[in-house]
Structure formats: structure tokens, C-alpha cells
Design a protein around this ligand. Structure first.
Ligand SMILES: Nc1ncnc2c1ncn2[C@@H]1O[C@H](COP(=O)(O)OP(=O)(O)O)[C@@H](O)[C@H]1O
Ligand SMILES: [Mg+2]
Length: 236
């Protein structure tokens, strides 16, 4: 489904991603873990065309079902079936919950009613708050709204950028359960997280990013027992 090959990324002259290879199979749940500033968000932004990829590798690029995303603008990329749940659960704060959801479905106007029904099925709390301004939601509700907004375009791939950040443990658990459930409906997911243990527990494969490079990759269940992971991330 998503194939990232030999990806370099820069901010100005500063290189932050180095020759990265990442793959997400059809309907697969894959995570990217790593410390602050490792380049996790930059990787997701590269997929969406928000950060320009370098071009100095033969055969490098970002492909969705074989289609080269290079040169496409973000809107066109989203149109191909990718949605993002951005860092910090950012929503349009002054707009109503309903309007935030509606905007998420703008690429599929004929499906908006049906998709809203599905979102309400998953997040009844969001349906109860449709007329509120998004900024009046709690942190957990805002994250649910972000996930609902992503679902509105009925994507085949959802990118999550640290959805657990800043939420209390019981809410984090709920968010992870929702991610799992969305995956079970057949949607492919690339989940960026710092919540290492819970992430390894729900995902199938994981890449460990450090200083803009893939330091380690493998099946998540194997990485839980990996000495390097235990030492670096689980403080065991
Ligand atoms: N807009 C930007 N301009 C310049 N440098 C940036 C920008 N965004 C991120 N960086 C730098 O790129 C590196 C990777 O950042 P980021 O992808 O946000 O890491 P992560 O999401 O893993 O915390 C960091 O060193 C960060 O300071
Ligand atoms: Mg980040």
C-alpha cells in the first residue's frame, strides 16, 4: 500500500531524514516509535507532501499502491485515500464539531451522511456535542473528533501523529482501542507514538527512528522482548 524508499528530507539546508525505507501493507497496523526530534512527524509530513523529499537517490520516493506521490500537492495526496490525525489533536477551534467533521468529508460529499453515521457509532460522545465549538471539547474528545474527521474521507490509510500525547492514561487506553478497531475494519494505519509499550502491544510491525534514520525494525511482539528497546525505551 504505502512504500517509502530511500527518503531524504530537509528543512532548508538541514537534513532531518536519511535514506529511510518504510512500508505499510494493505490493512496493516504499523508503528513508528522514537524520541523527540527523531523525525517522526517529518516522515508523516513527507507522505502528505508538506515537506519536500530529497531527490538524490535512484528509485527513491513515496508510493501509494504503486502511484508515485512525488510532485502532487497535499490535497491531491489526500484525495488518493490518505488521512491524518495530526499532532496535538488540532481541530478548527472556532468551528462547530459538526463543521469539523463535515470538512473531513469534503472529498467524498456523496458519502457524508453515511460516514457521519459510522463516526457517531464509534464516538457517541461526539454526536452529543455536534453544535459545540470544537475548542470547548476536552482533550480526549478533541482527539476523538480528529479521528472522526479522518474517517470522514473513508481513507485506505490513516497516519496518526502521537495521538496519546497529553491525555490521561484511561483516555489513552480508549484511543488505542479505537485505533485497533479502525484497523479491524480493514484500514491501513501508520501510528507514530512515544508511548512505546502500548504501541508495541497493539501494532503488527514497528520501526524505531533515531536521528532521522531507521535504527531498528521488526515484528512488534519481537521488539517487546528486544534488549535494545528495553534499555532505551522501557527503562527496564
Ligand atoms: N518546520 C521546521 N523547520 C526547521 N526544522 C524543523 C521543522 N520541523 C522540525 N524540524 C526539525 O527536524 C527534526 C525532526 O523533527 P520532527 O520530525 O518534528 O521530530 P519528531 O516528530 O520525531 O519529534 C528536529 O530536529 C526538528 O527540530
Ligand atoms: Mg512529532
Amino acid at each position: 500500500m504505502l512504500r517509502i524508499r530511500h527518503l531524504d528530507a530537509y528543512y532548508g539546508d538541514v537534513q532531518v531524514l536519511f535514506d529511510m525505507d518504510v512500508t505499510v501493507g494493505k490493512g496493516e497496523l504499523v508503528s513508528i516509535i522514537g524520541p523527540n526530534s527523531a523525525g517522526k512527524s517529518t516522515l508523516l509530513k513527507s507522505v502528505l507532501g508538506l515537506v519536500k523529499a530529497g531527490r538524490n537517490h535512484d528509485g527513491g520516493g513515496i508510493f501509494l499502491d504503486g502511484l508515485d506521490l512525488k510532485g502532487m500537492n497535499t490535497e491531491k495526496i489526500i484525495d488518493q485515500g490518505i488521512a491524518i490525525v495530526p499532532e496535538g489533536a488540532s481541530v478548527f477551534p472556532e468551528m462547530s464539531v459538526y463543521d469539523n467533521l463535515y470538512l473531513g468529508g469534503y472529498t467524498r460529499p456523496e458519502q457524508i451522511k453515511e460516514m457521519m453515521k459510522q463516526v457517531f457509532g464509534m464516538f457517541p460522545r461526539i454526536e452529543e456535542r455536534l453544535t459545540q465549538k470544537a475548542k470547548t471539547l476536552s482533550g480526549g474528545e478533541r482527539q476523538m473528533l480528529c479521528i472522526g474527521r479522518a474517517l470522514m474521507s473513508s481513507p485506505k490509510l490513516i497516519l496518526f501523529d502521537e495521538p496519546s500525547l497529553g491525555l490521561q492514561p484511561s483516555i489513552v487506553l480508549q484511543i488505542f482501542q479505537h485505533i485497533k478497531r479502525i484497523h479491524e475494519t480493514g484500514v491501513a494505519i501508520l501510528l507514530v507514538e512515544q508511548n512505546v509499550f502500548q504501541t508495541l502491544a497493539i501494532t503488527e510491525r514497528t520501526y524505531v527512528l533515531e536521528h532521522g534514520r531507521v535504527a531498528l525494525e521488526g515484528r512488534s511482539e519481537d521488539l517487546i522482548d528486544d534488549d535494545y528497546i528495553k534499555k532505551s525505551y522501557l527503562a527496564i
